[in-house]
Design a protein around this ligand. Sequence first.
Ligand code: ZN
Length: 242
Amino acid sequence: MIYGVFSDIHANETALIAVLSSMQKFGVERRVCLGDLVGYGVDVNECVSLTKDNSDVCLVGNHDSVAIRWESSAGFNPYAKKVIEWTQEVISEESATYIKSLPYMFEENDACFVHASPMSPADWIYVTDLEDALDAFDHFSDSFCFVGHTHTPIIVAMKDLAIPKVIEEKKYRIEGSERLLVNVGSVGQPRDRDPRASWCLFDSVEKTVEIIRVEYNIAETQRRMREVGSPDFLVERLGVGR
Ligand code: ZN
């Protein structure tokens, strides 16, 4: 099965359309969204509806959870907080109902999928270093685990009980008993200083993963953000991917 795994759309419709069309070119058969459909961006209901129509499985993210008032925005930075409060006002009944139906985690074909970390998925733990990765590896038994949340694409491999290592290649095939933790990056809010949208091509038969980057019309997204008065910081960071 050829999977397209994508995450952290953050209400950026132009980036989402570019990623969906890129997946089509790569022959993706099954699309899995790891959550954070909303927050930061302004195309709230457009992105919920596009994701609903174009994903076979979709999980809930922390911004989605705050958008539908499942939890508070207390831990958010001031920019994220301002936008998520605005999102709570503009989100439609239909979008909210869809988000409420989404699970925290999903598993099939020797792979698990979760927004933040397989260690306590609803606590939105950030996996940012090898120690966090080690904790994550302890909480899934599949060969592959796909996450988002940090907006930084990365592939980490662990063989038996050895220390996990970061894979430098964009494309990787697992060897023997090796297992992979893959951060698929962000569709609409990349933060690894590469402003292109990110997603992951996963072949469950060949046992390969590949991080794909896609150019999109960033200026168009920024124009729509300015139109509704988004903070300059949020508008400008899209252009530099940080
Ligand atoms: Zn996010």
